[in-house]
Each structure stands twice: as structure tokens, then as C-alpha cells.
Ligand binder design. Sequence first.
Ligand SMILES: C[S@@+](CC[C@H](N)C(=O)[O-])C[C@H]1O[C@@H](n2cnc3c(N)ncnc32)[C@H](O)[C@@H]1O
Length: 311
Amino acid sequence: MNNNHVPVMLEEVISFVPVNKKINIIDATFGGGGYSKAILNKFQINKLIAIDRDPISRVFFEELNKDFDNLILFNEKFSKIDEVLKKSENSKDKFDVIIFDLGVSSNQIDDPERGFSFQKKGPLDMKMGSSNLNAFEVINSFDEKKLADIIFEFGEEKFSRRIARNIVINRTKKSIENTLELSEIIKKSVPLSNSYKKIHPATKTFQALRIFINDELNELKIALEKSEDLLAKDGLLIIVSFQSLEDRIVKDFFNHKSGKRWRSSRHLPDLADLGPITLKIITKKPLRPKDFEINNNPRSRSAKLRVAQKK
Ligand SMILES: C[S@@+](CC[C@H](N)C(=O)[O-])C[C@H]1O[C@@H](n2cnc3c(N)ncnc32)[C@H](O)[C@@H]1O
């Protein structure tokens, strides 16, 4: 199987990895192994723990494992990062670097059978790995209000109600079977306004469904808390995010843990209890991909890189 994923902001990510010492590292979103491969090639690595909920990542792991033996992959959700380490012989280790490169990989999007793409015909699946639900169940059985809420909350789609209405109208005739049928229904639900000249009208709804089905925002919140505990002193938490809901969670978490009181997101309800200050923010503003990267790899265009260091 070909690895279609081009790692995003690779140069920037690895510029933070410490040199001149042997380090323990967690690549919490192994994907096609692009980051792990570069890091194993360039740095002194004692142990690299790779995590990815998608079993497909094992194919790319096996390739890398032919050249390096100091790595291990767990096909698990990263919200279980602590349990994963307990299961292995690494339960007492602390880590110098923990990396999250959020969202989906090109290997997932480009495979029509996974149902992530609104441009290719495929089943309504959208599961990244183990998940109780798939898009077919959501689209064909959730009530109109619930659908509209999901599309609004996780897609920030202002036409969520119209889209939900049309989904329900269409599915009463026959169930909505594939990505192109759904994408067509969405297209017919939204006015051809300026905002949809730049992005496909189905972009936000597909994003919303994916986030909901894979419980992506809760995954991130849980994993951030747990990761902070796993960092060694001066250890780095490096996070690449691709949409504003994720980035806000990361930003709020960093602000919260570094002692700032304000928050930008309703996803962190408990800032009144500030707790100990455990992180120092390294990237005051998020780093963005350079123009040449965006030109070469348009999927990088929305990336934001944030780094914090354990005190
Ligand atoms: C953008 S890709 C990572 C690409 C990787 N950095 C590379 O260079 O090949 C994101 C990966 O994170 C995985 N992922 C997303 N959410 C996850 C979660 N909650 N737990 C574990 N893996 C997750 C996806 O399955 C996907 O393979």
C-alpha cells in the first residue's frame, strides 16, 4: 500500500525536538509515520511510542520497523495514552516530546471506501478506527434537531437547519447510501453565496460528521490532560491542528496550564479552578505553514502549530 500522506509542517515540528541527548518520544497520531520516520532518522531516540486508532497505520509502522527497532505501535485511541503505556513496559517512563498531528491523514481521505471525502463516491462510514457509530447511522436515523445541532456545533455551519431538513426529507423516500448522494443534498440546501465559492458546500457538514462520529474533541481534551502528566521536566507538547474547534481547545489548555485566566472556548468549562501552573507556552502565536508548503501541499493550508513546555 502506498503512503499518500505528506507530513504537514514537518520542518517546524522537528525544529523543536531536542538534540544532543537520547530522548523518549510519543507520536500520538502515527498515521503514515512521516514524523516518526524523520525523527528516528535525525535524532537520538531511546524509545518511540507510536499510537493511532486506525489499524491501517500498522502497514506503515511495519515498514519503519524494518529499519528501526526502538519503536512500538499501539492501535488505540490517544485518549487512552496512559493505559497504553501501562499495558507496555513503559509505564514508569516520562517523555521528552509528545506530538499530536490531529485530524485525518491523506491515506484515510483518499480511500473512497472510508467515506471521508465528499468528492469521491463511497459508503457513509467516516470511522477513523474503533467507533460505535458510522455516518450512515447518523444520517439515516438521527432526528432532524440532533442532526442540525451536530452540523452546527462541529461544523460551525450556518445553514445547519436547512441541511438537516433536506437530509430528513430525502431519506423518507429512500435511505441516503453514499457520500456523493449526501454531498448533493447539502449542495442543494445552501445558497451559492460568496463563502461557498472558496470551499465546497459539503466541507463543513462532512467535518462535523467526522468529528462527531470519532468524538474528536473529547478525545483531544482527555489526551491533553493525560499527556501533560507524562512529560518529563522541560518536555515538549507539540500540537498541529487543522480546524478552529481543535485549535481553541489546545490554546485554552495551554493558557489554562500556564496560568492565564481567560478562555476562548466553551469547551473548557472549569477554568475557575485554575490548578497548578505546569506548562510554559513556547509559541506565543501559532506557527503557520510557509507559502511554498501550502502551494505544494494544499492540505497544509489550515495547519496551526502550538508548543508548550513542562515546568
Ligand atoms: C494527520 S494524520 C497524522 C500523520 C502523521 N503525522 C504522518 O506524518 O504520517 C492523523 C492521524 O491521527 C489518527 N488519529 C486521529 N484521532 C485519533 C485518536 N483520537 N486516537 C488515535 N489516533 C487518532 C488518525 O487515524 C490519523 O492516522
